[in-house]
Design a protein around this ligand. Structure first.
Ligand SMILES: Cc1ncc(COP(=O)(O)O)c(C=O)c1O
Length: 386
C-alpha cells in the first residue's frame, strides 16, 4: 500500500445514500417538459401523475390489483400515513435493526401509544430472529436497513396465509431488490433513493387486503388530512389515479418520470437489480482483498446492494475507544471528500463508526472501481497519523 494518491478518480464522486446521485444521463434540460405553472388537477398534470403511477407498476412488476398512490412528505409521509391509518385493529409486531426501523417503533409505542406491541430488534449488523414474528399481528419492518446495510434476503419469512398485514418501508430496497409483492400489504418508498429522484413525495402501494382493512377499520385517533386515504369508509380512489391529496411538485414528478424511463432503458427491475449487485460486488471484492475493512452486516445474504455499510476492522483502530474510532472513520470520509473522490460516505449519525457507500443503480461500476484504491490511500494516510 502507498500514501501516494491513485491516478484515476471516479468520474462522479457522489455516493450519498439519499438523495442519491442521478442517472448519468440526467440533465436539467430533461425536465423541460414539466407541467409547470398549471394546476396539477388539469389534464396535463393529472396525466403525468397517472403515468408516474402506472410506470412505477410496470417497472416494479406490481400486481394489477394493487393500488399505487403518491403521498406528501417522501417515504416518511407514506409510512406514517400507513401506520396511522391501519394500525390498532390487532396486535403489532415491530421489527427493527437500525435507526429508521427504530424510529417507526417509537411512533407506534410513544405516539400512537399502542399497547399490544412486540418488538423484535437486533443490533447494527444483524437481523432479528424473524422466525419469532407473529403474522397474526400486523407487522412493520424495513426491507433494507439503510443505516446498517442489512436487508432481508427475501420475503420467505412472511407466510402467504397471514392474518395480519405487513407494512414494509422499502425505500432503499425498491428498484434494487426483488420485493415479494404477494407478501407485502403496504409498501413505501421515496423517489430520492435508488432512482436518484427528488424527495418531495412518497409512494404507497396497497394490497387488496390493505384496502379491505382501510375500508372496514376506523382508528380511534384523529387523522390529519395528509394521512387520510378513505372518505366515508371508502378508499379515496382518486389518490391512486393521480388526484393527489394536496399539491405535488410537478418538477419532482417530471424528474421521477425521467428516472422511470431511464430505468426502463436499463431493463427495468431486473436490470436495476443486476446493476446494484454488480456495484456491490466491486466493494465485496475490495473487502475480500483488504483486511482493514469489513462489512457491518455479518451474514452475506443480508448484505445490502444499495447502502453498503463498512466498518474498520484494523486492530489499531479497533483498539481505540468509541470516540477515537468515530474520529478515525470521519477522518477517512473527510480525506476522500477533500480529495474530491467521494462525497457523503460517512456512516449515518446513529450508526457504528465506519463508511457507507451507495451502490444503487444510478451509481456507475467504473466509479466504484476507481474509488477502491482511494479507500486504501485514505486508510494509509489516516493510520499514519495515529
Ligand atoms: C429506511 C428508511 N426509511 C425512511 C427514510 C426517510 O426517508 P425520507 O427522508 O425520504 O422520508 C430513510 C431515509 O434515508 C430510510 O433510509
Amino acid at each position: 500500500m502507498t500514501t501516494t494518491q491513485p491516478d484515476i478518480r471516479p468520474n462522479n464522486p457522489q455516493f450519498s445514500s439519499g438523495p442519491c446521485t442521478k442517472p448519468s444521463t440526467w440533465t436539467l434540460d430533461a425536465l423541460s417538459d414539466a407541467a409547470l405553472g398549471r394546476s396539477h388537477r388539469a389534464a396535463i398534470g393529472k396525466n403525468k401523475l397517472l403515468e408516474a403511477i402506472e410506470t412505477t407498476r410496470e417497472v416494479l412488476n406490481i400486481p394489477t390489483d394493487y393500488k399505487i398512490g403518491i403521498l406528501p412528505a417522501s417515504d416518511t409521509g407514506a409510512v406514517e400515513a400507513a401506520m396511522w391509518s391501519l394500525l390498532g385493529a390487532r396486535g403489532v409486531d415491530m421489527c427493527s435493526w437500525e435507526s429508521f426501523g427504530a424510529g417507526w417503533v417509537t411512533d407506534v409505542v410513544k405516539q400512537l401509544k399502542l399497547e399490544n406491541v412486540t418488538h423484535h430488534s437486533a443490533d447494527y449488523g444483524h437481523l432479528p430472529d424473524l422466525s419469532a414474528v407473529n403474522f397474526d399481528n400486523d407487522v412493520v419492518f424495513t426491507w433494507n436497513g439503510t443505516t446498517s446495510g442489512v436487508k432481508v434476503p427475501n420475503g420467505d419469512f412472511i407466510p402467504s396465509d397471514r392474518a395480519g398485514l405487513t407494512i414494509c418501508d422499502a425505500t432503499s430496497a425498491a428498484f434494487a431488490q426483488d420485493l415479494a409483492w404477494d407478501k407485502l400489504d403496504v409498501t413505501t418508498f421515496s423517489w430520492q433513493k435508488v432512482l436518484g429522484g427528488e424527495a418531495a413525495h412518497g409512494m404507497i402501494i396497497l394490497s387488496p387486503r390493505a384496502v379491505e382493512r382501510l375500508e372496514t377499520y376506523t382508528p380511534a385517533w384523529p387523522l390529519p388530512k395528509i394521512f387520510r386515504l378513505t372518505k366515508g369508509g371508502k378508499l379515496i380512489e382518486g389518490i391512486f389515479k393521480g388526484a393527489t391529496i394536496n399539491t405535488p411538485s410537478m418538477l419532482a414528478v417530471e424528474d421521477y418520470l425521467f428516472a422511470l424511463n431511464w430505468a426502463k432503458g436499463l431493463g427495468g427491475n431486473a436490470g436495476l437489480i443486476a446493476k446494484a449487485d454488480a456495484n456491490m460486488n466491486v466493494l465485496a471484492d475490495f473487502v475480500a482483498a483488504n483486511d482493514w475493512i469489513d462489512f457491518l452486516a455479518e451474514v452475506p445474504e443480508t448484505r445490502s446492494n444499495t447502502s453498503v455499510c463498512l466498518k474498520i476492522s484494523d486492530p489499531r483502530v479497533a483498539a481505540l475507544d468509541a470516540d477515537g474510532q468515530a474520529a478515525f472513520a470521519k477522518g477517512l470520509a473527510k480525506l476522500l471528500d477533500d480529495a474530491g473522490v467521494a462525497q457523503d460516505i460517512g456512516a449515518y449519525r446513529d450508526a457504528p463508526a465506519g463508511l457507507r457507500i451507495w451502490t444503487g443503480g444510478t451509481v456507475e461500476q467504473a466509479d466504484l472501481e476507481a474509488l477502491a484504491p482511494w479507500l486504501n490511500w485514505a486508510f494509509e494516510t489516516q493510520i499514519a497519523t495515529l
